[in-house]
Design a binder for this molecule. Structure first.
Ligand SMILES: [Fe+2]
Length: 348
């Protein structure tokens, strides 16, 4: 590619503006939700984010407000589909995800209430849909974990698309049943279109080995069972910060260059239209995207990226801006189409 597409320039300008705006607005946090009412009582959160992270957010929020938070834990598609099925009968006040496609699923069913303006003002435009019906709460980067004894630095692919080459046959792994990997495919679909994506998926089927879960992929790479695996960055950093036993023999490769493999996935949060306690639900979302909530991302050992209130990432991480991620509208990622294409390719 020898020219920068116009949409990218436009999006990049939008991003700069958004960062500038967020810089201003983050200086005026309010104590209560946008409704001006003090939160009280209890809320139920359908939580598809990592349980430990959301529990840390919930504990801190309860300490500050006295609001009791009950978590119902599951994964993105499971809880997203459950919300769609339950419709107005759902007991959920808030939905939190790991990746944005599940937010779109619920949003397309028109189940979200608009997020309070004061909350949206804390989050740069690049990390939330323009509809304002949900917001980004955290972000995670796609990486290739590799075993340097099985693949040299010079052999590393410059694009995620290169893993379709015959030279990678039997040499890479992923967890195709997980929402994390499916979000990466949704980014490829948005960036490269349906034809290129289905042909890549067909080659993936030929070349890759399936494992269940990103940690299992990383363990297999570490054990030398397979040279490389596509995962999200925080599994690796989490292991490095602990015993390191599942990552000692691995390194991370970042694709950068706005490659589909440099996809940064936006984790989402939204308040259900049918929330029994909308005041506390909105306040919880405001807390998560506020400084105290984002600080938990910086220091709490989840190693996910803060996206709001000008909070920087944990020092161990490559700064978000250095990832050179492709610019995508998180609300445009299509999980249904992705599962169709992956099913057609025999991956699901
Ligand atoms: Fe995850």
């Amino acid at each position: 590619m020898n020219t920068t597409p116009k949409w990218f320039v436009a999006a990049a300008i939008g991003l700069t503006t958004a960062i500038a705006l967020a810089g201003c607005s983050a200086a005026t946090p309010a104590a209560n939700s946008g409704s001006g009412k003090t939160p009280s009582g209890a809320i139920t959160v359908y939580n598809a984010q990592h349980e430990e992270l959301t529990q840390a957010w919930a504990d801190e929020f309860t300490k500050k407000t006295g609001v009791t938070v009950t978590l119902r834990n599951g994964d993105d598609p499971e809880l997203g589909n459950q919300l769609v099925q339950e419709g107005s009968a759902s007991p959920a006040d808030v939905f939190l995800t790991e990746n944005s496609p599940a937010m779109s699923l619920v949003d397309n069913a028109q189940l979200f209430s608009p997020v309070d303006a004061a909350t949206l003002a804390q989050v740069p435009e690049a990390y939330r849909p323009s509809s304002g019906r949900w917001t980004g709460i955290a972000a995670r980067s796609t990486v290739l974990a590799y075993n340097p004894s099985l693949v040299s630095e010079s052999q590393l692919p410059s694009s995620l698309l290169d893993l379709a080459d015959a030279s990678w046959k039997g040499r890479w792994a992923a967890s195709p049943s997980g929402a994390d990997f499916q979000a990466i495919v949704s980014a490829m679909l948005a960036l490269k279109g349906e034809k290129a994506t289905s042909s890549w998926l067909a080659s993936m089927k030929e070349n890759f080995t399936a494992y269940k879960g990103n940690s299992t992929v990383m363990k297999a790479v570490n054990a030398g069972q397979i040279p490389a695996g596509v995962i999200y960055h925080y599994y690796w950093f989490g292991d490095r910060a602990g015993t390191g036993e599942n990552s000692n023999n691995t390194k991370l490769h970042y694709f950068k260059n706005q490659d589909p493999g440099a996809f940064v996935s936006t984790s989402g949060g939204g308040v259900l239209k049918t929330a029994k306690n909308p005041v506390a639900a909105q306040a919880f979302l405001k807390f998560i995207t506020g400084k105290a909530g984002q600080d938990i991302l910086q220091t709490g050992g989840s190693f996910e990226y803060p996206v709001a209130s000008d909070v920087a990432a944990d020092k161990a991480l490559l700064p978000l801006v250095d990832l050179n991620a492709p610019v995508l509208d998180p609300s445009k990622l299509d999980s249904r189409k992705v599962t169709d294409l992956m099913t057609q390719a025999g991956l699901l």
